[in-house]
Design a binder for this molecule. Structure first.
Ligand code: GDP
Length: 299
């Protein structure tokens, strides 16, 4: 299927290599374990998560859960699924009124595309979607959002370039309530280089939204580019310090060999991965499923 195809390169650097490595050994040995460790690191699983996994492997060997090299692959698949499953990945919805989803992330990560895909997804399920162009920093971002709005039948609320993002959000929330909108998706600017600005901007947006709709924003989704590997993990750390991130959207998993980063993000930051992007098309967004992901990696 599509997910499995998208993960081809990650599978080649991770699971296929593990499969090949275990074939070269008749018994479990330190050399074999070193080789497995190296493979996990190279697949961007992350150093601390790799250590955690290797500890589990050593425990498994002691407890006689792992008898032969061939046992290593299914053992790792199960442990990785466990890491990915922790915490669950359901999307929070409003009890009544519009569900507000804030989208954060650095420019180029795939924010606008993800918003377009989310808009299409909810539209498909019969939800009334509205988009708020609160990335007022880039005129191109506003234009892009308008294009996605047209393609997915969502109204776009925008102001001029350079205007106050919180003012856009204020108008959008009012309009969403007045027009019976189900899902309001808010695009924000991703200027990480000015962390304090980013923080105060997001705080202000949160205040405005929360005042108009109690409990909102219901989700703050951080969009991360999987092709940046460990860099995505550092970005995630910075963003979680600036905003109450409730989930990650990991984009560009198609064609990257760094899909192991999914495991590192989940394990090190304990933020659930909620969606993954597996292409540039409108239908190339999938709710993240830990089982499906491990299966696509290992099968
Ligand atoms: P933004 O600056 O964060 O809003 O990023 P954009 O949404 O404009 O995306 C940047 C580039 O990444 C565009 O060329 C998108 O088509 C591409 N892109 C976004 N998501 C994906 C994905 O899941 N897979 C692939 N292959 N490309 C993607």
């Amino acid at each position: 299927d599509r997910l499995k195809k998208g993960l081809t390169r990650t599978r080649e650097t991770l699971t296929a290599k593990i499969g090949t490595a275990v074939l070269g050994y008749a018994d479990i040995s330190d050399d074999l374990l070193d080789e497995i460790e190296e493979i996990l690191i190279m697949a961007d699983v992350g150093v601390s998560t790799t250590e955690k996994l290797m500890q589990e492997v050593r425990k498994g060997i002691k407890k006689k859960e792992i008898h032969t090299p061939a046992d290593l692959k299914p053992f790792l698949e199960n442990k990785i699924t466990e890491i990915l499953l922790e915490g669950g990945a359901g999307v929070r919805m409003a009890a009544v009124g519009p569900t507000v989803i804030l989208i954060v992330g650095v420019n180029g990560a795939g924010k606008t595309t993800t918003i377009g895909k989310l808009s299409a997804f909810y539209n498909y399920y019969g939800k009334k979607v509205m988009l708020a162009a609160a990335d007022t920093f880039r005129a191109a971002a506003i234009d892009q959002l308008e294009i996605w709005g047209k393609r997915t039948g969502a109204e776009v609320i925008k102001h001029e370039e350079g205007s106050d993002p919180a003012a856009v959000v204020f108008d959008a929330v009012k309009a969403a309530k007045a027009r019976g909108i189900d899902i309001l998706i808010v695009d924000t600017a991703g200027r990480l280089q000015t962390k304090t600005n980013l923080m105060s901007e997001l705080e202000k947006i949160n205040r405005v939204v929360g005042r108009e709709i109690p409990g909102a924003p219901h989700e703050t989704l951080l969009v991360l580019d999987a092709t940046t590997g460990q860099n995505a993990v550092s970005q995630a750390k910075l963003f979680t310090q600036s905003a109450p991130v409730t989930g990650v959207v990991l984009t560009k998993l198609d064609g990257t060999a760094k899909g192991g980063v999914v495991i590192g993000i989940k394990s090190e930051l304990s933020i659930p991965i909620k969606w993954i992007g597996v292409g540039e098309g409108i239908e190339d967004l999938r709710p993240f499923s830990a089982e499906e992901y491990s299966k696509a990696l290992f099968d």
